[in-house]
Design a protein around this ligand. Structure first.
Ligand SMILES: Nc1ncnc2c1ncn2[C@@H]1O[C@H](COP(=O)(O)OP(=O)(O)O)[C@@H](O)[C@H]1O
Ligand SMILES: [Mg+2]
Length: 317
């Protein structure tokens, strides 16, 4: 068996996942525009970004399901298309869309994935028992996959992706539409596997999940806009953030939407949350005072950063 291909200059050889200026075009549409990132062994990397940002495309490239139109991908140093057989053994992949056989039961789905990876009988049974245990799906082993709740379905899909003990895991919005309890279960599971040394790339629309990752990359329109640990990114955020209370929230919102100082605006319970351009907070406060608005400075969070970078102005519901 040959070792991994030599790492390109400037890259440490031990990256579990790498995108090297990866680009992907579909006809005239550029879904990914030269994205570079790397995920280290034992790292949990979160990919966030609005719909259509290119998250699924990047994950499909890493899984070897698409061939990039420029740049390259590496899974533990290997090309996922040219070395697909080896990469398939190392990689677990949970697609965004339905990936299981709906008319097969929980147990039958697991058996199918076990046979795909030619797991010996005793190994399969041991892993099946462990995965059914930690996903709390034992009681549902005979239930058809298409009769499972959304959360149980996702846990089964994760169990199937983990059956062959992959070193690297790709998860495409695994918790989208999942209830909060199952969401916590899934994250507890993930944390366990990461502690055991697994590398995980997870895409998520949830900012609280992004904040739980070791590092986060923000993808927008096929480009990686920023990257870093959630704590660092928030600490480096240059814009002041305010909570705005007003007797008439709708009126305050209209007022804020039209102001040049406002970088991003979102609802926060009965108040509004406003990201303000650097150095312009005083002017804004003065302008809002006659309308009965009170401004209270708050700590930025990950969502503020996300809103500012993707330039989603206003649209408070
Ligand atoms: N197979 C495809 N053919 C044509 N366009 C595609 C295909 N897959 C994705 N796209 C387009 O590429 C862009 C990125 O899509 P996607 O990677 O699914 O984004 P995300 O997962 O962030 O929502 C979108 O504009 C999408 O419509
Ligand atoms: Mg997607």
């Amino acid at each position: 068996m040959s070792g991994p291909a030599p790492a390109p200059p400037g890259q440490a050889p031990d990256a579990s996942l790498e995108a090297l200026s990866a680009g992907m075009r579909f006809g005239a549409l550029t879904a990914l525009d030269g994205v570079s990132l790397r995920v280290a062994p034992g790292e949990l990397y979160g990919l966030v970004g609005p719909d259509g940002a290119g998250k699924t495309t990047l994950i499909r490239l890493l899984a070897g399901l698409l061939v990039p139109t420029s740049g390259a991908l590496r899974v533990t140093g290997r090309d996922p298309v040219r070395d697909s057989r080896r990469v398939r053994e190392l990689l677990g992949y949970m697609p965004q869309a339905y990936s299981l056989y709906g008319d097969l039961s929980v147990g039958e789905n697991l058996r199918f994935f076990g046979s795909l990876f030619a797991l010996p009988r005793d190994v399969f049974h041991e892993r099946r028992a462990r995965l059914l245990g930690i996903t709390r799906l034992e009681r549902f082993a005979d239930r058809r996959a298409d009769a499972l709740s959304g959360g149980m379905y996702k846990k089964l899909a994760l169990a199937c992706a983990l059956l062959h003990r992959p070193r690297v895991l790709l998860l495409d919005e695994p918790t989208n539409g999942v209830d909060p309890v199952s969401r916590r279960d899934l994250w507890d599971l993930l944390r366990e596997f990461v502690l055991e040394g697994m590398s995980v790339l997870i895409s998520t629309p949830y900012m609280d999940e992004a904040a739980r990752c070791h590092r986060v990359g923000l993808l927008s329109e096929g480009r990686l806009l920023l990257e870093g640990s959630p704590e660092r990114l928030v600490a480096d955020f240059p814009h002041p953030v305010f909570r705005v209370d007003a007797a008439d929230r709708a009126a305050a919102e209209r007022l804020l939407q039209g102001r040049a100082e406002v970088v991003a605006l979102s609802p926060a319970g009965r108040a509004l949350r406003v990201v303000v351009a650097q150095g312009q907070a005083e002017g804004l406060a003065a302008a809002l005072a006659p309308a009965g608005c009170r401004l209270e400075r708050v700590r930025p969070d990950f969502e503020d950063l996300f809103l500012e970078r993707t330039r989603v102005h206003g649209e408070a519901r």
